[in-house]
Design a protein around this ligand. Structure first.
Ligand code: SF4
Length: 196
């Protein structure tokens, strides 16, 4: 008997005028000929709708990510059209799959090569906690080597779950204070990972 699967996607009605949907404007004051808002909100709006993900896929969860990028789910709808395979050009590290302890320093090196501001998603049980591999050789969560912003549960998570995790990151990006990366708290967080 087929498993009932609920796709979290509804067909959109045809738009004969081919209107382009717009991102919501931030809160602010509107008057005749002017709109005033906070710099934080404008930068957040731009950043959250132009995230460049860096996929770090080592096993099965990476296949779910391929489905997430393909036409049916299409991560590009969220402004993340452009996957980067050079960490220096990316701002979102997506770690998908089992990470062996030997691979931990490589994950950290990739993270270090990314410029600030950068965010991290642990996709799936393995990246989040080691998953079913409670063994001597598997890292029990990538947060042992780099700070993680969002964890996506599941083994493997469906593409909807990856999209949901991505939208949680967009929320964080959109509301992040421009001063956060210079704050003492953030510096302490990085220092706890041995990052200057
Ligand atoms: S969480 Fe499950 S599906 Fe994802 S990499 Fe681990 S074993 Fe594979």
């Amino acid at each position: 008997m087929p498993r009932p699967v609920q796709f979290n996607i509804h067909p959109k009605p045809a738009d004969p005028k081919d209107n382009i949907s717009m991102a919501d404007a931030p809160d602010g004051y509107v008057g005749e000929g002017f709109f005033a808002t906070k710099l934080n909100d404008v930068v957040g709006l731009a950043r959250k709708n132009s995230i460049w993900p860096m996929p770090f896929a080592t096993s099965c969860c990476g296949i779910e990510f391929m489905a997430t990028m393909a036409s049916h789910y299409d991560l590009a709808r969220f402004g993340a059209e452009r996957l980067g395979f050079s960490p220096r050009q990316c701002d979102l590290l997506m770690v998908m799959g089992t990470i062996a302890k030997k691979m931990g320093p490589i994950v950290k090196q990739v993270y270090l090569q990314m410029a600030e501001p950068r965010w991290v998603i642990a996709v799936g049980a393995c990246a989040s906690s080691g998953g079913i591999f409670d063994t001597y050789s598997v890292l029990q969560g990538i947060d042992q080597v780099v700070p993680v912003d969002v964890y996506v549960p599941g083994c493997a998570p469906r593409p909807e779950a990856i999209l949901d995790g991505f939208m949680r990151v967009q929320d964080l990006v959109g509301h992040e204070s421009l001063r956060r990366r210079n704050s003492e708290r953030y510096k302490k967080l990085l220092e706890s990972y041995g990052i200057q």
